[in-house]
Design a protein around this ligand. Structure first.
Ligand code: PRP
Ligand code: URA
Length: 221
């Protein structure tokens, strides 16, 4: 097996001009929903590719059409995607596009609108999830309460923290600290570490409510 990068770190996407332009679209409160969905999808694709690079690989030689052997690599273990419903489901299509047959579990957690505390409603996970590398997907890591609750569900099913990667579009320092205080080894992949949380536990500068903007439930009548 080839060595994977160290555990317990925050893997921040390279802050390219292209990524900054995509952030500019999703952070703009006036942008149309189609643009928000398209730009966030492009960032999520990058996050997924980065997360997949953190998983274990093993040597795998293939013959090339010109008679050479290419000393390649392939994933060394089975993989599973687990979006936190609802907003995490925005990340599922990007993983499926890369790995069409990948099993997908679901964990439904909602953050209470007033207390901001997470409530677990439902989970459905592959029976052999404890033998898989798990990409836990939620685009927003704010207080960290939802992530911690989702991690508990996975731990309860026998998944080791070292076999999880938390994939998130934006992360607050408070959320990263909360998650790493309980699980120092957890790897987090993100496209931005925000300044802080505001008094309503939303990230600043942030993008507002990701789920509402992605799924179109923020329309005021
Ligand atoms: C949002 C977001 C995360 C959570 C993050 O979900 O998608 O799941 O809040 O906040 P935390 O780190 O403070 O727990 P929300 O519960 O609003 O539901 P949604 O997915 O339906 O938008
Ligand atoms: N959930 C969101 O959708 N956005 C935030 O900034 C925090 C939690």
């Amino acid at each position: 097996m080839t060595a994977a990068p160290a555990l317990g770190t925050v893997h921040l996407l390279p802050q390219t001009r292209q990524l900054r332009a995509l952030h500019t679209i999703i952070r703009d409160r006036h942008v149309a929903r189609e643009q928000f969905v398209a730009a966030s999808g492009r960032i999520i694709r990058q996050l997924m590719e980065t997360a997949l690079d953190l998983l274990p690989y093993e040597p795998w030689d293939v013959p090339t059409p010109v008679g050479r052997t290419y000393p390649g690599l392939r994933h060394a273990s089975a993989i599973c995607g687990v979006p936190v419903v609802r907003a995490g489901e925005s990340m599922e299509p990007e993983l499926r596009a890369i790995m069409p047959g990948v099993p997908i579990g679901k964990i439904l957690i909602q953050r209470d609108k007033v207390t901001k505390l997470p409530r677990l409603y439902y989970s459905a996970l592959p029976a052999d999830i404890d033998r898989r590398q798990v990409l836990l997907m939620d685009p927003m890591l704010a207080t960290g309460g939802t992530a911690l609750a989702a991690i508990e569900v996975l731990l309860g099913r026998g998944v080791e923290v070292d076999d999880m990667v938390f994939v998130t579009l934006l992360a607050a320092p408070e959320g990263i600290a909360a998650v790493h205080a309980r699980h120092p080894g957890l790897r987090i992949v993100t496209s931005a570490v925000e300044e802080r949380l505001n008094e309503n536990a939303y990230m600043v500068p942030g993008i507002g409510d990701f789920g509402d903007r992605y799924f179109g439930t923020d329309i005021t009548r």
